[in-house]
Design a protein around this ligand. Sequence first.
Ligand code: ATP
Length: 268
Amino acid sequence: MSNRNAAKRALDGPAGEANKRQKQEAVCATEEPHPHECAVSPPPGKKNYRHYAILGGPNPGVHYTVWGVAHKWIERFRVKQQAFDDAVSAAEWYQKEKPGFADLAPDRSQPRPQQPVAPALDLDADFIPLQTEKASLQRSAPPPSGPPLSPEQTNLVHLIVDQGKNVFYTGSAGVGESRVLEAFRQHLVSKGRQVYVTAPTGRAALDINGSTTWSYAGWKPDDMGKSLKFLKQNAYEKTTRKRLRNTDVLVIDEISMVENLFLERGST
Ligand SMILES: Nc1ncnc2c1ncn2[C@@H]1O[C@H](COP(=O)(O)OP(=O)(O)OP(=O)(O)O)[C@@H](O)[C@H]1O
């Protein structure tokens, strides 16, 4: 039985009404000045993990996490989001809503936070083991936001999603690398995997709805001058450690711009 059918059955069962109610409560309108406040009621129970599909804000995408974490990504931003009980529904909703959604700007009507808002990362998500599933490419249709993949692009997505290979791919500007990235990200997310998409600069990260490699590693700009010992201690901070441990797939775009010590320092 597919996840999707399982989700449908769950909604038809005795607990279905409660699930449907919770789902409706989760709809958040973008035009409200404080969309996060009109949005989701916190689910009962501390360990209530759900699949949050979030358009906009510092950490767009589908995340399997608790309300407290999702709320951090929603507050102060003009976002549209919805909570789901299964990853496939969340990814489908995300893909469907994304083409019409463009407003990623912070909500300036809110007082600005004292600290700059670094791209928020999934601090409390469960560890989800990698799994290979041959049917995954057939199960998820190509996202409506882009043209169908060419055979070469499909093969790349297959290597990454189904075979779990470490892949380095490159090409001239405009040959369709970003299209591949978006396709495999959506497939991986729909399989419930925790994907972090990064790029070495903020500008490059924005282009791919990602965060910077520095944010991912938990480093600040002046950390470059700090010792490896300091960075190592820093990596053992709770939030960084959880983020690194929860990563199923790490994507580094524009890797040619990554300075040569990054990976060496990161691997400590
Ligand atoms: N299989 C495809 N069929 C038709 N058009 C495609 C295909 N793949 C990508 N494109 C289109 O080609 C253009 C460039 O694609 P994309 O942005 O993915 O390339 P890129 O190599 O990442 O570019 P850049 O290096 O500038 O970031 C886009 O308009 C995209 O929609």
